[in-house]
Ligand binder design. Structure first.
Ligand code: ATP
Length: 538
């Protein structure tokens, strides 16, 4: 759509250029012939009008290009974010988050060059070159033929230069990615590095990567300048050939002055769009390297929301309405959860009623957090997950679940807003209740948390995260509450108070699933699910 509009405006633009060359040639020839001011009035007005039209159409072309680039970038950003979201907690060890941040930040910004300048220039060239060459052939066949013969030199140079450019641009892009990855790693691990007194070593590492990036950028600039020079040279030589032929024929009196001038002014316009395509190619190459990565990332993303339902389970999809007994809050049938292709939960089945505290135990790395991730729809799983008697697809699970992960991951803001995260109108009484259930009585109610829950101790942050899950569970009446090692940072007395709170939460009707290594939580649980390493019989 934008491209079609661009082609129309480009046609008007090239029309203005031809009109300008024609009227300017008429004007100059008229002046040389000593025509009167009255006779020259027409060409003056035509020249002024064509200059104005040229400027206006150029502005319109620029505006269309900027709008098109903004639209494509925002669509691509949204799709990349959706793709990252769809990967869920499965993570991607081949593509760290710093790479993704570079990709959707400076990477997609580099697409400006491709979409905002290169593509419009390509459209302009496709429209302008045939029109200008056609006009030249009509006006003066020998010049037209000379242009037709020399014009292919430019794309030839462009292809040769393009190969060299693409390689250096790609290496520059890789250097930028390495630089941001290294920088993010250092920033993330700065406190650890300082404890071990290794922070200064990182300076040299960042220095080295920055230096590499600088050298690669200079190489890109060198190639860019050299290629612009080569293209200019090719175009100038071609124009010179035509100019000499027109000059000789003017002296011989074979063509009129007005026609000769028209042809001479118009000839560079035949080469200009192609030359600019070459120049814009450099701006485009960096964006293309980024675009390739974006497309790779989108290709690698799961196309549809992963379904937890295997084909053999389709028959069992009907809602559970056996007798009058309430369906279990959670029923798992042959659940398989994979990490990096390897099943960590392999064929887990079971049913648990609401109102219970269920402790999920097992050795470190056995797959407890992965199970919770599957239950909240953040990790694709095979088999069947039924919540309150209804089979739930991965995309629906989050709505039935309240969750607190191993890390509190608190947001900044007043305590009540952090606890009532996502609620449009926080219920103050419910916030108080959630804070009591999570034993958060040592934090002032009016405390304003900094980024990442700054201002709280580790144990306090953990309890505020439990309160946040409790608020959601109470407000939305979620059948499932999932907590991943909620008491790992607590002293024994506080842990007992939190356990009492979790039991009270369960008494409201939810199934409270707690991943834990703590004996006190295991002892207080109504049921225990002890996960075994995949492949080992339970
Ligand atoms: N993002 C990931 N990509 C690939 N494999 C992963 C990823 N996260 C975890 N794993 C692997 O999956 C397995 C299960 O991890 P999980 O975090 O579920 O274990 P866990 O039982 O919760 O461990 P812990 O008690 O130590 O928290 C581990 O072997 C781990 O190496």
């Amino acid at each position: 759509m934008v491209l079609a509009a661009g082609a129309l405006v480009a046609l008007a633009h090239v029309g203005a250029i031809v009109a300008f060359c024609f009227s300017a040639a008429q004007l100059i020839a008229g002046l040389v012939d000593g025509r009167s001011a009255d006779e020259l009035g027409g060409p003056v007005i035509a020249t002024a009008a064509s200059v104005l039209a040229r400027a206006l159409t150029q502005a319109a072309l620029d505006a269309l290009a900027v709008r098109g680039a903004a639209r494509v970038k925002s669509q691509l950003r949204r799709r990349v974010l959706d793709a990252v979201d769809a990967r869920g907690a499965s993570g991607d060890r081949d593509r760290p988050s710093a790479d993704i941040a570079t990709l959707i930040g400076p990477g997609l910004d580099a697409l400006d060059g491709y979409i905002g300048r290169y593509l419009p220039q390509l459209v302009l060239t496709a429209v302008a070159t045939p029109v200008v060459v056609g006009a030249l052939l009509l006006a003066d066949a020998p010049t037209g033929i000379a242009v037709v013969l020399t014009l292919p030199l430019i794309p030839l140079f462009m292809v040769l230069i393009g190969w060299a450019t693409q390689a250096v641009q790609r290496r520059q892009w890789q250097a930028l990615t390495t630089l941001s990855r290294g920088f993010l790693e250092v920033v993330q691990g700065l406190s650890t590095l300082m404890i071990f007194g290794r922070q200064h070593r990182q300076v040299a590492r960042i220095d080295a990567v920055t230096e590499q990036y600088r050298r690669r950028t200079m190489r890109v600039l060198r190639v860019s300048f050299l290629s612009s020079f080569a293209l200019e040279l090719a175009a100038s030589l071609s124009v010179a050939i035509v100019a000499v032929s027109v000059g000789v024929r003017l002296i011989d009196g074979v063509i009129a002055l007005a026609l000769g001038l028209f042809v001479l002014v118009l000839v560079p316009e035949a080469y200009l769009p192609l030359r600019q395509v070459g120049a814009q190619y450099h701006a485009a190459a960096e964006g293309l390297a980024a675009a390739e990565e974006v497309l790779d990332l989108l290709d690698a993303a799961p196309t549809a929301a992963p379904s937890p339902v295997s084909s053999v389970e389709r028959a069992a999809l009907a809602d559970e309405t056996i007798g009058d007994a309430p369906p279990p809050a959670l029923r798992l049938t042959e659940l398989v959860v994979r990490r990096a292709g390897r099943p960590v939960v392999d064929g887990l089945s079971g049913a648990w009623a609401g109102g219970l505290l269920l402790a999920v135990t097992g050795e470190s790395g056995v797959g407890k957090s992965s199970l919770l991730a599957a239950l909240r729809g953040a990790l694709p799983a095979e088999g069947r997950i039924a919540i309150a008697g209804r089979s739930a697809h991965a995309a629906e699970l989050a709505a039935h679940v309240a969750w607190a992960g191993q890390r509190p991951d608190l947001t900044a803001g007043p305590l009540a807003a952090v606890v009532a995260l996502g609620a449009e109108h926080p219920d103050t009484a419910l916030v108080q209740r959630a804070l009591r259930l999570a034993a958060v009585d040592d934090v002032p109610a009016d405390l304003v948390l900094g980024p990442g829950g700054d201002g709280l101790s580790g144990g306090q942050a953990q309890r505020v995260a439990i309160a946040r899950a409790a608020y959601r569970a109470l407000e939305r009446r979620t059948p499932l509450v999932l907590l991943d090692e909620p008491t790992s940072a607590l002293d024994a007395a506080t842990e007992l108070r939190v356990i009492a709170g979790l039991r009270a939460l369960a008494a409201e009707g939810a199934l409270v699933v707690v991943v834990t290594h703590r004996p006190a939580v295991i002892a207080a649980a109504d049921e225990r699910l002890d996960l075994q390493p995949a492949g080992v019989p339970a």
